[in-house]
Design a protein around this ligand. Sequence first.
Ligand code: BEZ
Length: 210
Amino acid sequence: MAIRLGDTAPDFIAETTHGRISFHKWLGDSWGVLFSHPKDFTPVCTTELGYVAAIKPEFDRRNVKVIGLSVDSVESHEKWEGDIAETQGTAVNFPMIGDPDRNVSNLYDMIHPNANDTLTVRSVFVIGPDKKVKLMITYPASTGRNFDEILRVIDSLQLTSKFKVATPANWKDGQDVIIGSSVSDEDAKKLFPQGWKTVKPYLRTLPQPK
Ligand code: BEZ
């Protein structure tokens, strides 16, 4: 069955470049990003893996564990990692799942047969510390992902999990936010005593709470 937002992320045991993992145990209390790429030793994927390695400190800072996957084997990932370090300037510093039997790919519906019947598409799942799926994005093989956008969404998810706010279009950490539409003005007075700006009765903005 298809995974939907709010579902518990399916648990699994898999071989990775960092040894065998039990996914939920590996996540522990952290947030997680599970992402698939179509194939090892391919150009777009090489740039993606190098970029994720380069910004890993940004994931660490947000208490997010990152893990990659393709239907190639762990041995193939390990050989490819040499090329990534050589060409992208950063060694891969997070585990990569080898999924030649497609256990995890099928569990997360990462193979879209009308796009390609054997390779995984570029799926991204953000998983919260409660193991629930918070975000899903799917890109085609020909388009490399914007991983800065994934960090931006994680900032929004982490903020909105703490405060009854929402974030507007193209919001970035530090910018004004929106009071959630489920919050009445009466409740908002208690939650945000510093006040807010009413643009429309349904559009109330305030500086990002800390
Ligand atoms: C790539 O990473 O460049 C790629 C992989 C599979 C299909 C198309 C492109």
